[in-house]
Design a protein around this ligand. Structure first.
Ligand code: RFL
Ligand code: PHB
Length: 390
């Protein structure tokens, strides 16, 4: 098989790039290890920044998002039950975010790829990247007993944190930065009315909690749990009881509970791999960087990678200009690190750290006091939450 751009990973990053390039007449093949049902069964991001929403529209995939997604101009932060609103619209100069599930936007991207006869190959095994430094790299995968080879100009590693792309970069070239937090988020999806129209980020001595939503009939809640906990340790009742304890009384009293339709634990991690280019391999999204979900930056950081890559590819294929490809790693990483900083800051301010000394806990309180007493601090939060410009 031959293609211009071989994309490894059929998550949002890979599908989005494939769709955008296709619309400009650039040929792609997407290789995905899992079945489509599996990819669409993963419950992940819920908050999209303006830039991501714009990319969805440019990819001609924005219709359902625009009809069914909710525009949010603010959220709440609760500090041991004392809740205040963050007006991100006001403090970001009129920007907002879109609440629309990653599951839904991935479905929209798959449907668009199908409509345009895009090639997305599922259930591929043993994906391997070859000759990345040569003029023409190639990728192989196994289909039963057959090894299939794809020749291409460029390989895009959009295969998430555990995929093979980043691992194909020699260790003396790749530098990895990692911070693992001593807790995870236990998430529950339930077919219940969301407790609040806007998200609530709750700091509490018992641990952080988050009230989010997917629609007016689908709620998503999280609580901070120790890394040693498993999903089996938490019955639905225990989850709801613990969530209530961490919320302001007036919110807890309103909480509508029901059976969980998904329950999972995500460990919190910060990770950056540099550079994001090696020869003709370009990394994008979670393959190159991970943030703890507190600032809702993960998918949004993937969006800027895709934006830069898309324009770099257009430069190459339509204008014979490789400057975008040359600048990709540096440009993408500059924004990635800012998302890292913001996610680390939100995580540090809102979680209960088992090893924190009294001094650290006081500083967390002061951070919060400062935030709600300073327009400059609010503007900084709002500017980062709605997404820094691409
Ligand atoms: P993905 O989604 O991991 O997709 C990578 C795809 O590559 C496939 N793959 C392979 N394919 C072929 N061969 C192989 N050997 C392969 N190995 C892996 C995988 O099967 C998969 O389909 O990465 P991508 O596309 O870069 O997208 C990144 C986002 O998924 C991620 O950043 C966000 O979900 C993070 N995130 C959030 N981001 C936000 O911007 N806003 C949010 O509100 C938000 N909330 C969250 C989140 C992530 C969470 N978890 C579970 C980590 C909430 C949670 C709980
Ligand atoms: C979600 O709805 O899953 C969600 C929302 C905001 C976050 C993280 C996750 O910061």
């Amino acid at each position: 098989m031959k293609t211009q751009v071989c994309i490894i990973g059929g998550g949002p990053s890979g599908l989005m790039l494939s769709q955008l390039l296709h619309l400009k007449g650039i040929d792609t093949v997407v290789l995905e290890r899992q079945s489509r049902a599996y990819v669409l069964g993963r419950i992940r991001a819920g908050v999209l920044e303006h830039g991501f929403a714009e990319l969805m529209r440019e990819a001609q995939c924005g219709e359902r998002m625009d009809n069914e997604g909710e525009i949010h101009g603010g959220f709440h932060i609760s500090n041991n039950g004392d809740m205040k609103r963050v007006d991100i619209n006001k403090y970001s100069g009129g920007n907002s975010v879109v609440v629309y599930g990653q599951t839904e936007l991935t479905r929209d991207l798959y449907e668009a790829r199908d409509r345009m006869n895009g090639i997305v190959i599922h259930n591929v095994e043993d994906v391997k990247l070859h000759d990345l430094k040569a003029e023409k790299p190639h990728v192989t995968y196994r289909d039963g007993d057959d090894i299939i080879r794809i020749d291409c100009d460029y390989v895009i590693g959009a295969d998430g944190f555990h995929g093979p792309s980043r691992k194909s970069i020699p260790s003396d070239v790749l530098k990895e930065y990692e911070k693992v937090y001593p807790f995870g988020w236990l998430g529950v999806l339930s077919r219940t009315k969301p407790v609040s129209d806007e998200l609530i980020y709750a700091k509490h001595d018992r641990g952080f909690a988050l009230c989010s939503l997917r629609s007016q009939v689908l709620s998503r809640y999280y609580i901070q749990v120790p890394l040693s906990d498993t999903v089996e340790d938490w019955s639905d009742d225990e989850f709801w009881t613990e969530l209530r304890r961490r919320l302001p009384q007036e919110v807890a009293d309103k909480l509508e509970t029901g059976p969980s339709i998904e329950k999972s634990i995500a460990p919190l991690r910060s990770f950056v791999a540099e550079p994001m280019r090696y020869g003709n391999l370009f990394l994008a999204g979670d393959a190159a960087h991970i943030v703890p979900p507190t600032g809702a930056r993960g998918l949004n950081s993937a969006a800027s990678d895709i934006y830069y890559l898309y324009h770099a590819m257009l430069g190459h294929y339509l204008k014979g200009d490789d400057s975008g490809l040359e600048a990709y790693s540096q440009k993408a990483l500059a924004r990635v690190w800012k998302a890292q900083r913001f996610s680390w800051w939100m995580t540090s301010m809102l979680h209960t750290f088992p090893d924190n000394i009294e001094y650290d806990r006081r500083l967390q309180e002061i951070e919060m006091e400062y935030l709600f007493s300073s327009e400059a601090a609010m503007s900084s939060l709002a500017e980062n939450y709605v997404g820094l410009p691409f």
